[in-house]
Structure formats: C-alpha cells, structure tokens
Design a protein around this ligand. Sequence first.
Ligand SMILES: [Zn+2]
Length: 256
Amino acid sequence: MALAIFQFPCLSDNYGVLIHDEASGRTASIDAPDAAAVQAALAETGWTLTEILTTHHHADHTDGNLALKEATGCTIVGPSYEADKIPGIDQKLSEGDVYDFAGHPVHVIWTPGHTLGHIAYFLPEDGIAFAGDTMFALGCGRVFEGTLPQMWQSLQKLAALPDETIVYCGHEYTESNFRFAVTIDGGNAALLARGEEIRKLRAEGKPTVPTTIAAEKATSPYLRADDAAVRAAMKLPDAPAADVFAAIRTAKDNFK
Ligand SMILES: [Zn+2]
C-alpha cells in the first residue's frame, strides 16, 4: 500500500512532514521542528505518532523531539554521526542502513556538509526522499560544519537517485533560490519556466516543495556545476565541477 503523506508549514519557513501506513497504523514525523505544529498535523489527519525520523541536529529540526516523545511514546531515530546532539534518540542510523517503516524500506544516505552528521532518507519502493537541509528546491543547505567538497559529494549522492524521485526538503526557500539561480543560469529555459511556476504557487500561498530529482538536475545551479553555461557564468570554464559548485555556494552566502 502506498504511504499517505501530509506536509505542513511550521516555524518561519520550515516544512514538517508526516508519513502514514494505513495497514499498520504507523506514522512517522520527518524531523520535529515544532511539537505543537506536529500535534496539530496529527489532529488534522487523525494519525497517531509512532516515530520521528531525524535528518540532523539543528534546533529547527529537533526542538519538538522530547515533547512529542513525552506525549506519544514515539521512538526517535536519527544519524549516528551526531547522535549526542539529537534529543531523545533511541536508534542510531548510519550510511547504508535500511530502516523498516511498516514494510517500507528506508535507505539511509549520509550527506555531510550542512552538518557533519546529516542524513537523508530514501524510500525506493515509494519513490520518495527526505533531504532535510541538504537539498532544497533550486538550492542546497548552507555549509556550516562540513566542507564545500563534502557538500558537493552529498548532493551527487542525491542526484544519483532515480529522476522521478519526489524530494521533500526542510524549508521553503525556493523564491529566493530562484532569484539567485537566474543570476547564474538565466539562459536556461527550464529554469525560467520553473520560476514562473514558483511565482504562481507562492502568490497563491502554495508550497513549491516537494520537488523531483529530474527538476533539480535540469534547473538547480548547484547540480548544473558541470554545465558549460554555468561554468562560463562563474568564470571557471575549465575547473572541476566541485570547484564550480564551491564558487556557486560561496556566492549564494553573499547574495542579498
Ligand atoms: Zn539545518
């Protein structure tokens, strides 16, 4: 049976996501940005929380952990690499582990860069991935703890997932990501068309997330670091793609 998925905005620009398996009644929250917002989503869906799948330790992804555990008795799973920073963690997951969610395999992909221990979750049988703060629609997370080459490798791991994979991200940053992307890749017709879609969705108050791997590979400057036009825009025609990526991520840090 397909999983039911419920995405909801919370805090200033975070997304919470619940996934639910009808047969078993199990429900997982992908991260726990805000306990009250997760509780409201549970009330709206009528689902009972059984587990939290944590992507990384930042407060806007884990602040709800202890209150939700207290209220529901849920178990908390998350990255082994930064387990000491995940409140209430019960089970530690590492690269290559496969977590069982009610018969749906959940593959653990280590994606260091934004934080050193960050993990993403990929459910191949469901065609969905939860990228946390590693990949955003038209963007990628700021590199706080890891290195730029690490972040490039992490994005490459996600880009290698099947094109049709539906990718959920931790934040709604897409409009600002688009404004930056056109300064680099403004000749990309797919990017311009996507910008028009994003503008419409946001004007209607709708989310631009989830995205897909295919859409990101076609339009995200971070994943197009080996494209000739992107290289030329960054004035790095002959540099390795990882260096072009590093220049793009650094330019974004300083983009207003
Ligand atoms: Zn974060």
